[in-house]
Design a binder for this molecule. Sequence first.
Ligand SMILES: Cc1cc2nc3c(=O)[nH]c(=O)nc-3n(C[C@H](O)[C@H](O)[C@H](O)COP(=O)(O)O)c2cc1C
Length: 190
Amino acid sequence: MDVMQLLATRRTFRAFTQEPVPADVIADILEAGRLANCGANRQSLRFVAAQRPEDVARLCEWTRWAAALPEGAGTPSPEQRPTFYVVILQDTSVPGCSDVDVGIAAAGMTTAAWAKGVGSCIIGTLHRAKTAQWLKLPENLQVHTGIAFGYPAHKSTVVPLENGKKDYWRDENGDYYVPKYAIEEIVRYL
Ligand SMILES: Cc1cc2nc3c(=O)[nH]c(=O)nc-3n(C[C@H](O)[C@H](O)[C@H](O)COP(=O)(O)O)c2cc1C
């Protein structure tokens, strides 16, 4: 797929088929995290990869899904949970930990997944304290962000943003519509 087409269609998905993510795609996702650009090449990120349904379920429960929708509306049912989940950790003993590094890694990982048809949802609301306790993390490793992966069970489409309304919505089939600004609204050419 053309890279712009890949980026245009690499949306957030919150319900998934139960077809497992193949091992080679999981390897690609983690490799994208390993190879990610990072400030001063500090490489402060570590990754926890969860595939067991009970582990993924636990991480899913510690998440607020789809904050723009009514509570629970975007939460995947047990039959539509992600099948793979990555927790991104920061090693705070490395000087200069950066949220930007996490974002770049997450973008690369979700793009690598989508190149193989695997959708994702970046999770900023993962309950960090519960996750850290469960993973028995040493003091220097801090939970930053989760990413849920799986084959999408719904569609998601970018639509024009109207009247400043940025909240995404779903139709009766559970498909998402995600309003984005037009390019001329956000870019100033010098
Ligand atoms: C840093 C970050 C944190 C996010 N956290 C959550 C989250 O906790 N729960 C969730 O359902 N979606 C989460 N999302 C997904 C966003 O809601 C989604 O990216 C946004 O609505 C735009 O949709 P799009 O990704 O299809 O462009 C997060 C996305 C990012 C980039």
